[in-house]
Design a protein around this ligand. Sequence first.
Ligand code: ATP
Length: 252
Amino acid sequence: MRTSDPALSLEDVSISYGHVSAVADVTLTLYAGETLALIGPNGAGKSTLLRGITNQARKGNGKIRFGGRDISTVPPHRLNRAGIIHVPEGRQVVAPLTVRENLQLAARAAGRCPRREIEASIDLVHELFPPLARLRDTPSGLLSGGEQQMVAIGRALMARPTVLLLDEPSMGLAPVMIEVIYEFLGEHRDALGGAAVLLAEQSQIALRVADRAAVLSRGRLSFVGPISQMDESLIAEAYLGTGRAAGVPETA
Ligand code: ATP
């Protein structure tokens, strides 16, 4: 449930690769408790924006605020410990480590889950993603893509996020696996507490669990607002990238 407390605010954020602009003048507020779908076609700048938030991409002059403070220059590992948890595209897990070790490591790296609660948190991950209970002692590199995505999201849960940045969790997964991931993001979202979720997707499925959407078109936001304000043509344009509404400011 969206609250009126800003969890993360972006102000005029621009990111370039050399002379190529990937994200331009993005101003956006993510509120505690909400799921905001960041949608746009291939190459729109979604991954770059998520990497920029965690300072893994070089930014221009923009500002990013978290918990009232400018985090524009705070290194990624410190943001992880502060509760901004990034699940990058391609479901990154530590391949040689078992599922259980991956979950334990994520909890320790973020340092936000008290030691005595780590086992209970692992049990919660098993409840949310039952295949992981059976696979707990299997090296994560041997799992299917869908199972690895469950581990990647499980790792994020172990880190107790305040802000969760999820980059295309459905990419390349079988429909049945997408269903498991989206059941978590929809029906079991309470497991994330009041965390704010920024969910980048190329697929319309993100709209199923989101409170609001932000449409990125060639690096610029063309729409920000409740899903109910998105008509069919805007949705089609968001995914096909024809960019009807360039330059529309944040409306809600
Ligand atoms: P996708 O869904 O395909 O991942 P995206 O919306 O996440 O797309 P980005 O991956 O952020 O888009 O790419 C935005 C633009 O930046 C694209 O034009 C892309 O070619 C370019 N780009 C991304 N990463 C790099 C890089 N490391 N070096 C140079 N250009 C890059």
